[in-house]
Design a protein around this ligand. Structure first.
Ligand code: SAH
Length: 466
């Protein structure tokens, strides 16, 4: 099984830096199911090719648990595992090129995001009639060339096999190309050699960040990658796009209440919340603001209207709400936008260098959309890695729910909420986070306070210690 990657950008041998493999040497890669080798058949300033050769040991495979091939006696020995691109190749990519795959290059960090003139050759890819290869790679910007391999060249009447030689060309950063290959080769392979467990979802989402959610074949990729395990696939698809209810109404802020839970609407609590957060932020006179889980961009639009803050950035995990945000921002007159605003797709549970260097971050009604066991990742991403000077977090106060008409006892305000906290639960969380990450924290009530049940919503304002 072979994967060859050619760089034809100037200083082509930079490929060696990015892959952490010196072009002059041959590199052995330890694999549980066989042996990997990386070598460079060509390494000049104008063209540099790195080849990853993976030799799968079919006997070792039979011995190792979980390697079931076919339902016939020799199926475990006679199969396509040794030569066809499969999830073994995905694993080998992660082993041999792990640092590059994760977008790191300590010696030459400036190379990581640089688009390179790259060509990939995969000599044997299982892909039926081959149509799927175009559907998978073309939306990602690749020029796709495929040729179908005959079943046996000596017996043309036997017809064609389901295997294809695949050549991909694109100008793209290497880490992105490796992520595409890792996920899509894994999805093309029907028989995953290891047990597909829940942590596969994390792997898939990490490697798919920034491109998978908007891929037209997203459903197919996720299902196949997770080997048709319906429950896992459903969870992964939900996490790719939690799809909060979005209003169809256009523009008008007053009626624009889609991401707001229906039970809160009478109070227009969400408007009050956003007004207060915008007011606080304005008071800080920051140079840059990050709206995390920005949804349809309501806070961003307020800040564009009300302030002259030069850099306003929104991030959300749902491409659907971002499209709406984009449309609504586009409708503002250019003098309001003046290149001050940017939105992008991303998830709060993965470290993201694009989130660093901001003065203020806001998470308005976002944390309750994450499973509680993902909150520690969020804390790490927001408070340790992005680490803005100030962080504003708002979330519902569960104690207040008894006062909402028509709400069943014990239910939550919105179908996508994973939890809702009491005041003391929220404060305990926020105080622990503040202490752990070097912030001071203050609390504020949002909405009209009830003597016993408190306010409908609550806010924590974190200020990084000097
Ligand atoms: N802050 C906005 C939207 C709140 S709704 C407002 O106040 O109007 C919650 C938003 O969080 C949704 O748009 C949802 O897509 C987003 N979200 C949920 N999980 C996320 C995650 N892991 N990373 C980033 N955004 C997320």
């Amino acid at each position: 099984m072979l994967l060859s990657i050619t760089n034809r950008s100037p200083s082509a041998t930079d490929l060696g830096h990015l892959l952490h493999k010196h072009p002059a040497r041959c590199h052995a890669v330890e694999l549980a199911f066989g042996k990997g080798t990386v070598f460079y058949p060509a390494a000049t300033e104008s063209e540099c090719t790195a080849v990853l050769l993976v030799e799968v040991d079919p006997i070792a495979l039979v011995r190792s648990a979980g390697a079931k091939q076919g339902g016939w006696a020799l199926g475990q020995y006679v199969n396509d595992r040794p030569y066809a691109a499969s999830s073994f190749l995905s694993v080998a990519i992660a082993r041999a090129y792990g640092t590059a795959l994760n977008g790191r290059c300590t010696k030459r960090p400036e190379l990581v995001d640089q688009p390179l003139d790259l060509e990939v050759v995969l000599p044997v890819v299982p892909a039926g009639d081959g149509e799927i290869l175009k559907r998978l790679f073309e939306p990602l910007g690749y020029a796709v060339e495929t040729s179908r391999i005959p079943l046996d060249p000596a017996f043309p009447t036997w017809g064609e096999s389901r295997y294809h030689r695949l050549v991909l060309r694109a100008k793209t950063p290497l880490h992105l190309l490796l992520k595409h290959l890792f996920v899509l080769i894994g999805a093309l392979d029907r028989a995953k050699h290891y047990w597909v467990g829940a942590d596969e979802i994390d792997k898939l989402l990490a490697k798919g960040e920034g491109w998978l959610a908007s891929h037209p074949e997203k459903d197919w990729i996720v299902r196949r990658y997770l080997k048709h395990q319906v429950r896992l696939a459903r969870e992964a698809l939900e996490r790719l796009a939690p799809e909060p209810e979005v209003s169809d109404e256009e523009g008008d802020e007053a009626t624009d209440t889609g991401t707001e839970p229906a039970v809160e609407r009478k109070l227009s609590l969400h408007e009050q919340r956003l007004d207060r957060v915008a007011e606080l932020i304005t008071g800080y006179q920051p140079a840059s603001v990050l709206d995390l889980g920005c949804g349809e961009g309501k806070l961003l639009r307020r800040l564009l209207h009300q302030t002259k803050i030069p850099k306003l950035t929104g991030m959300d995990v749902s491409s659907r709400v971002l499209e709406i945000a984009h449309e609504r921002l586009e409708r503002l007159p250019p003098f309001k936008r003046q290149g001050r605003v940017d939105i992008f797709l991303g998830s709060l549970v993965y470290r993201d260098s694009r989130l660093r260097g901001y003065d203020v971050a806001a998470l308005v009604e976002v944390i309750e959309h994450l499973d509680t066991d993902r909150l520690d990742s969020l804390e790490e991403v927001v408070f340790a890695d992005a680490a803005p000077q100030r962080v504003i977090v708002t979330t519902p106060n569960r104690e207040y729910n008894v006062l909402f008409e028509g709400m069943k006892p014990g239910s939550l305000r919105h179908a996508d909420h994973r939890f809702e906290w009491t005041r003391s639960e929220f404060q305990a969380w926020a105080e622990r986070v503040a202490t752990q990450h070097g912030y001071a924290v203050e609390f504020e009530a949002l909405g009209e306070e009830h003597t016993e049940h408190g306010p409908p919503s609550q806010m924590a304002i974190f200020n990084r210690n000097a």
